[in-house]
Design a protein around this ligand. Structure first.
Ligand SMILES: Cc1cc2nc3c(=O)[nH]c(=O)nc-3n(C[C@H](O)[C@H](O)[C@H](O)COP(=O)(O)O)c2cc1C
Length: 306
């Protein structure tokens, strides 16, 4: 059975990727993920502010990247979260030189200035990508949030500016207030399979309409979520929360489940079903989405989880 796929122009033996997390921060975690048969690994993001505070942080991450990229034929993708235009370009170059097969730009910014328009924010993302593309040769993926008026148009602009792939979607962690200490408390929640729904819709809407790979991130715990993402057209499917909770070996379980599901349906390759539910097959996706919305509102609520 052929589970292989192409992502960012790279050949992957199957579509299941370990996304950036504490597990991918050091070589021990990365080795465990390689043992679990990850098809590609995204190393935890380099944050420009962390490097400004401690230069050793960058050296450590570059060394991890160097070691990881010598481990075998599994693509090791670096991830970068810059704060300044110069930082994005400088660190991207160093990540490439340390052996990254590709670089994921982790665009994470809250536009808190109410005088800044959506258009300006969007242009700033395009400018970052263009500046990195000018200096870096390895393929660039952009990890996007869903918070745009027109995420599809944003995706198109990024692809036109040279993104080889898009990763949908980055999760934002807004934090909470601790009423005992009256302080902000940083808190994140692991995803659940319910979190696939928004990326699922957008991958379906974008698949087959852009000259770029699409990777899904959010809510993949079992082969079922992976299959759903592939059906709407994802080229690669990433998981983090499931690995943090169940251990790196959960990645292998997802791949096994995918293989068994394909066997049970008589599919010999991903091409047999990938993109079958892409919205490009619909005559009028907008009307379909509106009907779907009203169907949902008039259906029985599901209180059983996903
Ligand atoms: C503890 C933790 C650390 C993460 N660190 C990063 C990071 O460094 N860079 C990044 O782009 N995403 C990071 N993420 C986001 C994940 O890569 C992933 O996109 C997100 O968790 C959604 O996938 P999931 O539902 O499988 O968890 C992190 C997520 C978690 C839970």
């Amino acid at each position: 059975m052929d589970l292989s796929t192409r992502y960012l122009g790279l050949e992957l033996k199957h579509p299941i990727v370990a996304s950036a997390s504490p597990l991918t921060r050091d070589i021990d975690g990365i080795r465990k993920l390689l043992d679990a048969e990850a098809a590609a690994i995204v190393v935890a993001s380099v944050f420009e502010e962390d490097i400004a505070a401690d230069h050793a942080a960058l050296d450590e991450r570059l060394e991890t990247l160097r070691l990881a990229s010598k481990q075998g034929d599994v693509p090791i993708i670096a991830s970068l979260n810059g704060a300044t235009q110069g930082g994005w370009v400088d660190f991207a170059t160093r990540l490439q030189d340390a052996g990254a097969s590709a670089i994921e730009l982790d665009l994470y910014r809250v536009p808190s200035d109410i005088n800044e328009s959506g258009l300006t924010v969007e242009q700033s993302y395009v400018n970052i990508l263009r500046a990195v593309k000018e200096k870096v040769e390895v393929p660039i993926a952009v990890k996007l949030s869903p918070y745009f008026s027109a995420p599809g148009n944003m995706a198109k602009k990024l692809v036109e500016a040279g993104a080889a792939g898009l990763v949908l979607f980055n999760r934002f962690y807004e934090g909470d207030i601790d009423l005992d200490s009256m302080l902000m408390k940083p808190e994140f929640r692991l995803s659940t399979p319910c979190d696939i729904q928004l990326p699922l819709m957008w991958i379906s809407l974008l698949s087959g309409r852009l000259q770029a790979s699409l990777a899904a991130t959010s809510g993949v715990w079992t082969y079922k979520e992976a299959v759903k993402y592939l059906i709407v057209g994802a080229d690669a499917v990433a998981t983090t929360s499931s690995l943090l909770k169940e251990g790196p070996q959960n990645l292998g379980r997802i791949v096994d489940g995918l293989r068994k599901w394909m066997e049970s349906r008589g599919y010999n390759s991903l091409d047999a079903f990938k993109g079958r539910y892409a919205a490009a097959h619909l005559e009028c996706p907008d009307a379909f989405m509106r009907c779907h919305y009203s169907d949902i509102l008039t259906s029985e609520p599901n209180d059983q989880g996903c």
